[in-house]
Design a protein around this ligand. Structure first.
Ligand code: F6P
Length: 428
């Protein structure tokens, strides 16, 4: 019997839950057993590590049927004694007695290593464990996909699928009533869910935490759609997007751990758009539906691989590392690197540019629409073609001045930003 056969690998799931956590646990158990380690599962995130310790042995027998289950069999929390602020440069030091308690637990259970599955806040805690010599390995989890150093976190793909399905459903009811339908999705610091689901679902406007926008540009885009015969519009907004005033819309500010619970921008936007446009507007906040349910095939793959690779890192004693996925390879990076800066949408990325080209507005007054084909046959970036399945009414000589008298919509002129919007979007 080799030395390490007497040892175990600890695993815990911390922060908000997301689809794929059970697949990681299963990956850790499978990988550990193969190398001769036992597995100890700690309950309710970091809380189960100390005072009192709450844990149970995990074995492959107990893993049957959990791969496709949402949530986590170990429980999770984003509150409590280990709650670290999420975001950049917001480190809160843990109490030394907690760290000592975790060290004791590791000794007591003869842990070779501790696999901590979590998002940016949880990785900030794991980093402090590593600093005091607790043999920790991180696994990146968040539906927001905002951890840097890994192209994807698990949970994101399932959340995007959920949001895309919601957009599909909103399209039909929006079209029936000729309404503006707003979908608020999660995305605290980064708008990846809004961006991916918005594109996948054919949204007309996407508002992100990373980009400033104005009511003028947003309304102008919707008016143009109306003028082009497109009576309904779908707006996807990330919960972390700010109002043009810079205000963040929150549901709750928790004094005890200085956490902010975001939510409500969709409803605020709905009220504001109805003031500005003679159109009915409805808002839906998708909320925790995005975090529940069965993980997508991609998330199961990613989570299972992450679990197995985390065990490999523990076995190699590569502590203080977080597993990463940069397709096609799985690798690792220092935990500190992963939380040093968040992975945010680049407003100048080719993805955003391509979305604009498809007629999606980001509410910022930038041109969006197809390339214009002037009579000399040269394509000029920055103007549109009206070619498509749905034809727009003729443009007035002054480009962009379109009126929709049937809807009582005024003619569109130069937006208040002073930047004329040239785009007439295609149907979506
Ligand atoms: O960080 C993931 C996330 O889903 C955020 O998008 C959201 O703001 C937050 O968790 C909500 O967490 P909870 O409601 O569970 O406290």
């Amino acid at each position: 019997m080799s030395e390490h056969e007497k040892q175990s690998i600890g695993v815990l799931t911390s922060g908000g839950d997301c689809p794929g956590l059970n697949a990681v646990i299963r990956g850790v158990v499978g990988g550990s057993e193969r190398l001769g380690y036992g597995v100890v599962g700690f309950e309710d995130g970091f809380e189960g590590l100390v005072d009192p310790v709450r844990c149970r042995p995990l074995a492959s027998d107990g893993m049957r049927g959990i791969l496709q289950q949402g949530g986590t069999i170990l429980g999770a929390t984003n509150k409590g004694r280990f709650a670290a602020l999420t975001g950049e440069n917001t480190r809160v030091n843990l109490e030394p007695k907690l760290l000592l308690g975790v060290q004791d637990t590791c000794r007591q259970y003869n842990l070779k290593g501790l696999v901590c599955v979590g998002g940016d806040g949880s990785m900030a805690v794991a980093e402090q464990f590593a600093e005091v010599g607790i043999p920790v390995v991180g696994v990146p989890k968040t539906i927001d996909n905002d951890l840097s150093s890994t192209a994807f976190t698990f949970g994101f793909d399932s959340a995007v699928a959920c949001a895309t399905d919601a957009i599909d459903r909103l399209h039909t009811t929006a079209a029936s009533h000729g309404r503006i339908m707003i979908l608020e999705v999660m995305g605290r610091h980064a708008g990846w869910i809004a961006l991916h689901a918005g594109i996948a679902g054919g949204a007309d406007v996407i508002l992100l935490p990373e980009m400033t926008w104005s009511y003028e540009s947003l309304c102008s885009h919707i008016r143009r759609r109306r003028a082009a015969g497109l009576k309904s519009s779908i707006v996807v907004v990330a919960e972390g997007a700010r109002l043009p005033s810079g205000e963040e819309i929150t549901l709750e500010r928790r004094a005890e751990d200085r956490q902010v619970r975001l939510g409500g921008i969709g409803a605020t936007l709905s009220v504001e758009l109805q003031k500005r446009l003679p159109l009915e507007t409805r808002s839906t906040a998708l909320g925790h539906l995005q975090r529940g349910g069965t993980p997508s095939a991609f998330d199961r793959f990613l989570a299972t691989q992450f679990g197995a690779h985390a065990v490999r890192l523990v076995h190699q004693e590569s502590f203080g590392q977080m597993v990463t996925y940069q397709p096609p390879e799985f690798g690792s990076c220092p935990i500190s690197e992963s939380i040093g800066c968040l992975n945010k949408v680049d407003p100048n990325s080719s993805v955003v540019d391509a979305a604009r080209g498809l007629g999606i507005s980001f509410g910022d007054g930038e041109n969006c629409g197809r390339l214009f084909e002037p009579t000399d046959g040269k394509r000029v970036k920055g103007e549109n073609s009206l070619a498509g399945t749905e034809q727009a009414p003729a443009l007035s000589p002054a480009v962009g001045l379109l009126a929709d008298p049937a809807m009582g919509l005024p003619a569109i002129g130069v937006p208040e930003t002073g930047v004329p919007e040239m785009g007439v979007p295609v149907g979506g």
